[in-house]
Design a protein. Structure first.
Length: 66
């Protein structure tokens, strides 16, 4: 995320995704990253929890540059 932050144009969106259910690799990482990179905001996030979704675990965050 850090290496691409300066490459993203104003108004562009990026998706960060993992195949992990660990909060430190997902929500916690995104929240900490957003504190450092204030020109981005979280538009939406999704957590696929295997018992509820019938799929493998995964996380995705849609980020928008301001």
């Amino acid at each position: 995320l850090d290496s691409m932050a300066g490459l993203v144009k104003h108004g562009a969106r990026i998706v960060y995704s993992t195949c992990s259910l660990e909060p430190e690799e997902n929500e916690e990482l995104i929240n900490a990253w957003l504190k450092v990179h204030s020109r981005f905001r979280l538009e939406r996030s999704y957590l696929s929890w295997p018992p509820n979704s019938g799929q493998d675990g995964a996380y995705a965050a849609l980020l928008k540059s301001l």
